[in-house]
Design a protein around this ligand. Structure first.
Ligand SMILES: C[S@@+](CC[C@H](N)C(=O)[O-])C[C@H]1O[C@@H](n2cnc3c(N)ncnc32)[C@H](O)[C@@H]1O
Length: 396
């Protein structure tokens, strides 16, 4: 997560400023830098990408957040009251101490060994987080559309808590999440969206700015696995960064939410229901499409400076069908995510380099960087590949 690196003597003044915008993360605490001269102040997920004066004078550091022990203690105390000290200690490592917030919902992953305490877990979470309406258990991301298997396990209405037969009015999962200063409509029960990818999106923004500088004009961005559009939200927010956009996905529900989001971000009309990919404005191609077939369309193929490939379990298979989307008349960029066994990283790096066209002079060869563990053996990685402009005769 983002932290502001602030010299110790300026911390109080900066905190006053951050609090004015309500950008201090409530879930995480401030901690000291290694040399003891600075403090790292955790910024909330909703804080703008470009911070205003005087906050923009301080360096942003991406670092694992340190949990706010006061909230944490609260959750452990409630859980202990509900299950007893002996049970708490017996399963010490298995309790879901972390969670993901989606507006007024919370998603928790419940280990099999504590599954029989699901209602107690939900109760302890609701008691320690009074602004949460609904707690959902996360059974993992399923199928080609990468939709989470979510089950409501607890809910609140005013002072009443529910754990069974939760009234249907409380189980609505469509919400608006404020990420990097913008609202994103999402519904994790029908379309993929993860708040945990914010750092990834900010990194993509940094690479896009670098490419913008190389090309000296707004970028044509293709996001063929765009889901509800969070990567585009961050890019569109940056003045003059993006020109043409292609945003598509295979999931009907995701495209419906994408239309709603684009309408809000761009203040232009889009359909209210999902439709096959279509050119809505001179600079917008949006809708339902299979990414692997996009390059068959001559109006789409070869037109894009930046192509985002966010389907990590299929990226390597799909890459050959996505490369023709690139605009090879100038330098272009592919930003991809891959799930791979740690031991396979060297061979996958080699494969990526074999599949891709030549890399631009002066840019590093694409290499998988481990972002986090996906399972005990698999790692979620990302890479960026700067593709060299093709010589005229090879562009057809
Ligand atoms: C991991 S999600 C990423 C979504 C979005 N980019 C984000 O960061 O939130 C992958 C998305 O790819 C979509 N998808 C899967 N196969 C596809 C295909 N062949 N063509 C287009 N989209 C596809 C899924 O529906 C899902 O929304």
């Amino acid at each position: 997560m983002r932290h502001l690196l602030v010299p110790n003597r300026k911390v109080q003044a900066v905190l006053t400023e951050i609090t004015k915008y309500d950008w201090l993360s409530k879930e995480h605490r401030i901690f000291s830098s290694e040399d003891g001269k600075n403090r790292l102040i955790p910024l909330s997920f909703s804080a703008d990408v470009n911070l205003p004066e005087p906050l923009c004078d301080f360096e942003i550091v991406f670092s694992e957040g340190k949990p706010n022990e006061i909230i944490d203690t609260d959750w452990w105390n409630h859980l202990e009251n509900l299950v007893g000290k002996a049970t708490l200690i017996e399963h010490k490592e298995a309790w879901p101490s972390s969670h993901e917030f989606f507006a007024d919902m919370m998603i928790v992953r419940i280990d099999d060994s504590v599954e029989k305490y699901t209602s107690k877990i939900a109760q302890a979470k609701l008691l320690s987080h009074p602004f949460i309406r609904l707690v959902l258990s996360d059974g993992g991301v399923l199928g080609e559309l990468r939709i989470r298997d979510l089950k409501p396990i607890g809910a609140r209405k005013d002072s009443e808590l529910y754990f069974e037969n939760i009234p249907s009015g409380l189980t609505n999962t469509k919400v608006s999440v404020k990420e990097s200063g913008r609202y994103i409509s999402c519904d994790p029960q029908v379309a993929y969206y993860s708040t945990k990818l914010q750092t990834e999106r900010l990194e993509t923004l940094r690479f896009a700015k670098e490419l913008r500088k190389e090309l000296n004009r707004p970028l044509a961005v293709c996001d063929p696995f765009c889901g509800v559009g969070p990567a585009l939200s961050t890019l569109i927010a940056e003045d003059g960064l993006v020109g043409n956009i292609l945003a598509s996905d295979l999931n009907v529900a995701a495209v419906e939410l994408l239309f709603e989001n684009l309408q809000r971000w761009e203040k232009r009309e889009y359909p209210t229901e999902s439709t096959p990919i279509e050119q809505y404005y001179n600079d917008r191609i949006v809708g339902l499409a299979d990414a692997t077939k996009l390059s068959n369309n001559p109006n789409i193929s070869g037109k894009w400076d930046l192509v985002l490939v966010n389907l990590p379990h299929r990226t390597i298979d799909f890459l050959p069908k996505l490369i023709p989307l690139l605009n090879r008349s100038n330098m272009s960029l592919i930003r991809g995510r891959v799930i791979v066994a740690e031991s396979d990283i060297p061979s996958v790096n080699e494969k990526i380099n074999q599949i891709l066209p030549p890399i631009a002079a002066g840019k590093s060869k694409p290499e998988l960087k481990i972002k986090r563990d996906y399972s005990s053996t698999l790692r979620l990685c990302s890479f960026e590949a700067w593709i060299e402009k093709a010589i005229a005769s090879s562009i057809e």
